[in-house]
Structures are given as C-alpha cells and as structure tokens.
Design a protein around this ligand. Structure first.
Ligand SMILES: Nc1ncnc2c1ncn2[C@@H]1O[C@H](COP(=O)(O)OP(=O)(O)O)[C@@H](O)[C@H]1O
Ligand SMILES: O=P(O)(O)OC[C@H]1O[C@](O)(COP(=O)(O)O)[C@@H](O)[C@@H]1O
Ligand SMILES: [Mg+2]
Length: 542
C-alpha cells in the first residue's frame, strides 16, 4: 500500500466552498472552469497551496491538480465534467458475496499512484495517476448499460482474454447484460458488423490466439463512429489497441463530449512492441518474449551443429527493440542483439563483421537477434520504401534478409572462412499465440479496471499498470510519445555485458551525458565503417 498516496483533496475546505463537488473525483465539472483557475488553500495540512491549471495543446484540456511538495495529479475526465446532474447509484458489488468480505474493497476517492518510485529525500512528489478500481458510487444503472468492445491494430496475445474479462466483469460484477462486439476494428462501427457478447460466448476464447472480433488498420471516421454509437444507444465503449487506436479513442471521446452524450470511453493499451509509454509493460509482451525463445533455441541448435554456423532471428519491433532485448536477456544463447534505438555499422573496427569473425574464430558459431526496425537507415542507402499501411504506419524494409545477404557477401568477397547462415523469421508466430498464464492475469486486471472506471463515470482514459498498480491514465499521456529502449540505461548495459557484443559507440561518446546528441545524430547521420572518432567529432561540432 505504500506506493499509493492519498492527497485527501476532499478535506480541503476551499474545494468545498468555492466550487460544486459534482464528480466523484471531487474536481470541477464544467470545462470552462478549468481555464486558468489557481488558488491557495488556507487550511491544507502543510499550509502550502493547491492549484488547478489547464493546458491547451489540443481540444481537450488535461485535468492537472497540484498539491503539496510538488505533487501533481494528471487526472482523467469524468462524465460529470460536462453532465453535472446525472444520477448516481450504489455499487452493486457491495451486495456481491465474493467482494463484500474484502476489507476496503472500494478504492478511496483520493488514492493516486506515483509515476516515479525512485526518489531522493528532496525530490518533489511528482506526477501521479488516479488509482483504478471499484468506487462506492456508480454513474450507470446496470439495466441502462449498453456496452461495446472493439479491437484495432495488429494482433497481440491476450486480446481474447481482455474481451472475455470485460464481458464477464460487466455481467458478473455489475449485472450488465447488453454487450456488443464490434467486428473488424473501427470500421466495424459503421459497416454494421456486430456480434452480441455473452459470458457463454466468451467462455473459452482466452485459450485462442488472435481476436474473436477481428481487427483492422485504417478506417477511423470519427463522425461515423460516434453516429453509430449514438444510433445504437451505446453508452460504454471499450477500445483495445495500440498508440494509433488510443489516438482514435481520444478523438472519439472528444466528439462524444462535444455532443454531450452520456457515453464513457475506456481504452485498454495493446502493443506487442511494448512501445506505449507510461505503463510498466503491455499485455502479451511476456508471451511474445517467451515464444521468441523457441526461435532463438532453434537458431542456436542450427548454428551449433555446423562449422561456422550463424543463427539469425528477426523479431518484431518497429521502433522499439524491447522484444529483441528481453528475448536476448532471457535466452543467454544470443551473441548479438540489434535494435532500432542502437545504431550499428557493418565494416571496420568495432563493426558487426569484425565481431562475427571474432566469435566464429573463438566459438565456432554465433546467434544474432535483430529487431525488424533495426538498421533501417543503412537499408535506406540502397533501397527506398515510402509505403505506408492503412493506418499510416511506415512499412519497413526487410532487415533480416538484407543483413543475411550482407554477412554472406562479406565473408565470401573477402575470402574469409566459409560460413553457414540460417535465417529464422518467426515474426507473426510470436504474436498469434494465446497469452500465457501471467499475461492472462494481467489482461484480467486491465479489463476489470476499465469496467470499474467506466461504471464509476470516468471517461477518456486508458487502463494501465504503473509501478505494479492499476491506474487510469488520460489518453494524451499514452499517445504523446512512444516508449523506447534507452541505450544509456542500465538494462541495455546488462544486455551488452551478457552478449559481449560491441556497443557500436565509443564509451567516451556516451560519457558526458551526450544522450540528446546521440538521439539527434542517430536520425541525421549514422556512424559507418568504424568511423567512431569522426562521428564523435561531428556530434561535438553541432
Ligand atoms: N491519429 C489517429 N487518429 C485517429 N485514429 C487513428 C490515428 N492513428 C491511428 N488511428 C486508427 O487506429 C487504428 C489502429 O491504428 P494502428 O496504428 O494500425 O494500430 P495500433 O493502434 O496498434 O498502433 C486504425 O483503425 C487507425 O485508423
Ligand atoms: O503486418 P501487420 O499486421 O501490419 O503488423 C506488423 C507490425 O505490427 C507490429 O507488431 C506493431 O503493431 P501494433 O502497433 O499494432 O502493436 C510491428 O512490430 C509490426 O511491424
Ligand atoms: Mg502502433
């Protein structure tokens, strides 16, 4: 419990006296009240002030609540923000024998979870998110609820488990009987592609890979989607998908609020690449890493069994190399891991070819894991791809085939030792499987948290795990940037020390906090042909 901090805002008299407390969260309900409101408390426990400020970088103005000692709550919207007079009901869970015995089952109204848990004695409290879970009061009568679920973007292990647990959570915890599955992603809203979901229908689906609802990229037409929600009388929308999907969910929420509809919009973050920021990790990631072990094991067996064997495995990871990094760390058979965040070069001193030659001479075989987004800048020198998928994501060139070819050419052109390279591409195999045990539990918590949040009237939020706690995160925080492997962090250092691969950067380049320059340099100009010193000179001259 010690990671949960309760600012007890409700005890601050000025909150009660100056503004009507119309939402459960105790914050203002009218959008215009958010603009530039700032005041101090005369009686807060510490004597320092509270203030509420609005940021206006999009149509939606984030709810930022500040408290003592640098405490900041990045709150999520509530239906009462724009519908101040909707009725409340007692949470039916209080009569549920499974839950009524649990002491303090309902989450305290002021419970929040810190984003940063490593602190110094003088660090400000920093950013917090609202703790997820059931509330004493709900803003929907069970019979009134008509929910829908949609899955968008690429597949991910656990999608069916999340669907199952939303349906069963609504049905068993809240007595909600009407849940509609929207088929084939966002476009299913207006292509009249729906399926009624019952606990019976979803009972076994968690044992299957994929999504029983189907999915798609593209096809997001906000007006048509909200028209369909309105026409069908849907009042809870559960949207499962990655960063693109959550951006789509954010605009759906804004349109719903603009129309003044009593519709809660809840996102559940899905990404096989683990590239969604703020959250600890995404569901299905654990399963994907586990599944990747099978490909790495095969590559190792193949490489070990022949003279100068090289096993090469390409894994998913468009912009973030988490799957490759964790699969490598888990396996211990990998000698080199290449990810999008860490630029590498082939020729010359400290380059990949030199390392491969050394490994083969010393051990007679080696295993390389490469993320699909790694080395794209090197490929772009010889090939051009300007293609995009239906959602606008850039289509990548096949780095696995390219690097296989380059390695073979290098060893044959330079008349080095004969090599035997076996290329394994398990791309879709690691995401088309059912989720493992730990992901199943995680999916259940995410789904139940989303259900509790929507029933409690929260909206425009993503349900996510932060420091091991379920939270509600505002959409803009999830979508504003992608989660990436930080190559100057300890985890990447652990990987380098486990594989003994070259870092492809001179140690001295990394010393002196050159992180920003490295990021900038990585996109502008890659170090090539072992020109570490030249690269450093260029970075320093910028
Ligand atoms: N900026 C955006 N605004 C609205 N909808 C978006 C946006 N980006 C993506 N989408 C929609 O979200 C869905 C999934 O996006 P996609 O990028 O394919 O997958 P993911 O959500 O896994 O990142 C698609 O239907 C796409 O049209
Ligand atoms: O071929 P598809 O279905 O477009 O999916 C491929 C891409 O999906 C990803 O798994 C990421 O997808 P999401 O953003 O939907 O999670 C990438 O790693 C991969 O490049
Ligand atoms: Mg995406």
């Amino acid at each position: 419990m010690d990671s949960i901090f309760s600012p007890n805002l409700s005890s601050i008299p000025c909150f009660k006296s100056r503004f009507p407390r119309t939402s459960e969260s105790g914050f203002f309900t009218s959008r215009n009240l958010f603009s530039s409101i700032s005041f101090s408390s005369s009686s807060s426990r510490s004597g320092s002030g509270f203030s509420i400020a609005a940021m206006s970088n999009s149509n939606y103005e984030p709810k930022i609540i500040t408290g003592d000692y640098g405490y900041v709550l990045e709150d999520v919207p509530h239906l009462t923000d724009y519908l101040p007079h909707i009725p409340t009901y007692s949470n039916p869970l209080q009569d549920n024998p499974a839950y009524s015995v649990v002491k303090q089952y309902f989450v305290h109204v002021d419970d929040t979870v810190p984003q940063k848990v490593v602190v110094h004695k003088d660090t400000p409290r920093g950013i917090h998110f609202r703790r997820a879970g059931p509330r004493q009061k709900v803003y929907f009568d069970s019979d009134e609820v008509h929910a829908c679920i949609v899955t968008c973007g690429g597949l991910c292990p656990g999608l069916n488990t999340v669907i199952r647990e939303i349906v069963c959570g609504l049905y068993h915890m809240y007595g909600v009987k009407r849940v509609l599955g929207i088929g084939g992603g966002y476009r299913g809203f207006y292509s009249r592609n729906t399926i009624p979901l019952t606990p019976k229908f979803v009972n076994d689906i968690h044992k299957r890979g994929g999504t029983v609802l189907g999915t798609s990229r593209g096809g997001h037409d906000t007006a048509k989607i909200v028209d369909s929600i309105q026409d069908r009388g849907i009042n809870q929308v559960y949207i499962i998908g990655g960063d693109g999907t959550q951006k789509g969910a954010a605009v759906i929420f804004e349109e719903i609020r603009r129309r003044g509809l009593k519709v809660a919009v809840a996102g559940i973050p899905k990404t096989i690449d683990n590239d969604i920021s703020v959250i600890d990790r995404s569901f299905g990631f654990d399963t994907a890493v586990e599944e990747a072990q099978r490909a790495i094991n095969a590559a190792h067996v193949e490489a070990q069994s022949i003279e100068n064997g090289i096993g090469l495995v390409k894994l998913m990871g468009r912009y973030s190399g988490f799957i490759a990094m964790y699969a490598t760390l888990a396996s211990r058979d990998v000698d080199c891991c290449l990810i999008p965040e860490s630029p590498f070069y082939l020729e010359g001193e400290g380059g990949l070819f030199e390392y491969i030659e050394k490994q083969l001479k010393e051990h007679g075989h080696m295993v390389i894991v490469i993320a699909e987004g790694a080395g794209q800048e090197l490929l772009a020198e010889t090939m051009q791809s300007i293609q995009q998928d239906a959602s606008g994501n850039k289509l990548l060139l096949d780095v696995g085939l390219w690097i296989s070819q380059k390695i073979k050419e290098h060893f044959s052109n330079n008349k080095l030792m004969p090599i035997n390279l076996k290329y394994i591409d398990p791309t879709y195999m690691i995401r088309a499987v059912p989720s493992n045990a730990s992901d199943n539990v995680y999916c259940t918590l995410l789904a139940q948290s989303a259900v509790h949040g929507a029933m409690a009237g929260y909206t425009g939020f993503t349900s996510g795990l932060v420091n091991g706690r379920q939270t509600y995160i505002p959409f803009h925080r999830i979508t504003e940037k992608q989660n990436k492997v930080v190559i100057t962090d300890r985890m990447w250092a652990r990987l380098l020390s486990s594989t003994n691969q070259p870092s492809f950067w001179c140690a001295k380049d990394l010393i002196g906090e050159k992180k920003e320059e490295i990021g900038k340099f990585k996109t502008e100009k890659e170090p090539k042909d072992g020109k570490c010193a030249e690269a450093k000179k260029e970075v320093n001259s910028k």
